[in-house]
Design a protein. Sequence first.
Lengths: 225, 220
Amino acid sequence: MKVDILHQPESAIAKIDMAPQEELTAEAGAMVSMSGHMNVNTTLRKGKGGGVFGGLKRMLAGESLFLSVFRSGEQPAEIYLAPKLMGDILPYQIDQHELVIQSTGYLASTPGVDLDLGFQGLKSVFSGESIFWLTASGSGLVLLSAFGGIYEIKVDGEYIVDTGHIVAFEKTLSFSITKAGSSWVGAFLGGEGLVCRFQGQGRLFCQTHNPGAFGRLIGSKLPPR
Amino acid sequence: MKYEIRYKPAFATVFLTLNPGDRLTAEAGAMASMAAPLSMQTEFSGGLIPGLLKKFLGGESLFVNVFTNETQQPLELVLTQSTVGDVGLIELQGNEICFQPGAYIAHTPGVQMGVQWAGFSSWFAGEGLFKLRLSGRGLVFFGAYGGLSQRRVNGDFTVDTGHLVAYEPGIQMNIRLASGLIGSVTSGEGLVNRLTGQGTVYLQSRSTDGLVRFLRSKLR
């Protein structure tokens, strides 16, 4: 499999050349074009267990992800994948570190990568925002997408990110949800609200723009549905 | 303080390194990420009364965040804006600049934040009675939706209201219909802003009003 990212950074699109008998998983709706003989299956991936209440909660939170599985079959095949928003795509090679991905940051992955929905550590605090998290493990390639450019921070010590700017981070980093400044009053009045404080060592991927902030700016001027 | 504007022009983002003792004031919500030891304090923008004027009569936020490096090592700070587009930089040397709502991102110490009376015509155009005015000496970062164009106005110049980002206070604004009542409605130009006087203006190549009008027609 060969991955090329074209038209970076503002209109990035992934061109993937697949050998015979290869497989690729992608977010449903990400396919732009593909070879005619490609075999496609769409599946619904749901978050892992957690009892009746856990299941109910996830249903209400809409925590599920439609994934399309593309198989090349007998011949080589070609596919183009693109996210919905303007922005960059970043290939990330998973080996020993697990990667936590903000759900809209996931574009595609190779078969050796296991996706696990409903990473519990982060989601409950983002009330009002329908973001959830998935954990990618195993080995293979993950394509990440962002609103805007993607910049990498090699965290060594402590680093703070506004929650709307997180794309993905290695699970070797521990994190806590906290306020950015010194006072709680300031945290909310100052517009930064809650931020994510990462600790330890690992790679962190941020997006230059916040889809929620752009959505609120434009959405507040649109008539209610 | 060191700074670099990366991902120009579509996703311009300001990457700053604050040296020990450096301070920077930024629009509420502009921080994307930062080194954890950097201290952040929320203040009224330009004091309580100007802050209130800006919030309720100028369409700006009431608060700003002040970032200070109180440690002994350089610390990183990343600032951005809510729209996609370019970020511009003005070095004030005793002169002044006024911003349309939403354009301001950050400024260095030595720059004062205040309000400028914008007039009732600005109020009627939905852009507030007061505009944010920055004066003094230092750097000011501001953002645009789309690309940024700088133009020197000498006398008389007409801009679409949604495309004006910043202007020097020597310029007066007169908001009026583009070409008579019927012509304005049919041509889609609506209100335009006739600028008079001397000074520099900054224009953005897209307007959020235009995007909103486009999306509004697609909603059902």
